[in-house]
Design a protein around this ligand. Structure first.
Ligand code: SAM
Ligand code: SF4
Length: 334
């Protein structure tokens, strides 16, 4: 099968799949407190998700990241992981992984590890229990910390993703770093992105803490060495020499990473977003449901990839949000 190559000669080898728009948390930068979720009938069934992801794997996708919403609250999610693990066994898929808020990891870590998951990204912005509940609204820190321990006990490698929020976790920069060093976890900071409409939480711009400022603060105490490692996405890595830690920075707004972009995003309703920062998407649910013949959906995937844009439009530099997206992060899964 001819691999997926976009018009800018980028091979598409990485698919992020949002399996649900629902979540057991309501992080202020991600969702409003009273979210309206999609009608269940609009969601792809687990079998449909399997068919679609399998088509992508056939067409050259080697890395699959399961996300959401909270992927582990989707009913029957292990059935889906089990289905995907057959592509690991065949060697077609090199990595099956997930991004989670950690709340359900105590229950799922072991079965996930048994199905071939080796690494998990856990989102955690603060180590203060009160602040944790403030930012997630419904989350409880001890439950997430238990989940992280369960993941490690099951042999999973844990990476912590922390959204850098001005006036919220600025003062925890060093304590988060220390904790990750002690726990032997990688850590990545993410710049807050202008996703979703105004949710009454104030503009995202107010929470914007540029990672170059965060980096400058780290440099006052530590020696940071840039690493050449690239993921094909917006992450850049440094080594903290004094602690030998690898630290990631995801700066989708201030850095141009689009030239090496290797990924597309599938929503739980079968919309394929070719770029996180653009509105254009292709509906794959209709061709999927139109015919049991996978050639139809494969043609739809190829047509979509042929429309993958060169880059995104996010720009905070003029003190206003240009290219602001109206969809929530929980829709495309980040
Ligand atoms: N529920 C899972 C979780 O929290 O890890 C997976 C989905 S969540 C949408 C994926 C990632 O997007 C999380 O790391 C979250 O912190 C991040 N995120 C959500 N809204 C964001 C925003 N406005 N800007 C930057 N990152 C955001
Ligand atoms: Fe849920 Fe993740 Fe969004 Fe928080 S960031 S509300 S945990 S989907």
């Amino acid at each position: 099968m001819v691999p997926l190559i976009d018009p800018f000669a980028r091979a598409i080898s990485y698919l992020r799949v949002s399996v649900t728009d629902r979540c057991d948390f309501r992080c202020t930068y991600c969702m409003s407190e009273h979210m309206t979720f999609l009608p269940k009938a609009d969601l792809l069934s687990l079998e449909e998700l399997d068919r679609l992801c399998t088509a992508f794997v056939r067409m050259g996708v080697q890395k699959l990241r399961i996300t959401g919403g909270e992927p582990l609250v989707r009913k029957g999610i292990l059935t889906f992981f089990e289905a995907m693990s057959r592509h690991l066994q065949s060697g077609a898929l090199k990595e099956l992984t997930l991004t989670t808020n950690g709340s359900q990891l105590a229950k799922f870590a072991e079965p996930l590890a048994a199905l071939g998951v080796k690494r998990v990204n856990v989102s955690l912005d603060t180590l203060d229990p009160a602040k944790f509940t403030q930012i997630t609204r419904w989350g409880r820190l001890p439950q997430v910390l238990d989940g992280i321990q369960a993941a490690k006990a099951a042999g999973l490698r844990v990476k912590i993703n922390a959204v850098a929020l001005k006036g919220f976790n600025e003062d925890e920069l060093f304590s988060l770093l220390d904790w990750c060093a002690r726990e032997d976890q990688d850590l990545t900071f993410i710049e807050v992105m202008p996703m979703g409409e105004d949710m009454g939480e104030g503009l995202r711009l107010d929470q914007y803490w540029p990672l170059k400022d965060l980096r400058a603060r780290l440099s006052e105490r530590f020696t940071l060495t840039d690493l050449a490692e690239r993921s094909g996405g917006p992450a850049r890595y440094v080594r903290v020499e004094e602690t030998s830690q690898k630290l990631g920075f995801i700066t989708p707004l201030t850095h141009n990473f689009c030239e090496s972009c290797n990924r597309v995003r599938l929503t739980c309703t079968g919309e394929l977003y070719m770029c996180l920062g653009q509105e254009d998407m292709a509906d794959l649910r209709a061709p999927l449901r139109a015919s049991p013949d996978d050639a139809v959906v494969e043609a739809a995937i190829r047509a979509a990839i042929a429309r993958k844009p060169k880059g995104h439009d996010f720009d905070y530099t003029r003190q206003r949000v240009k290219g602001q997206m109206t969809r929530h992060m929980s829709h495309t899964g980040g």
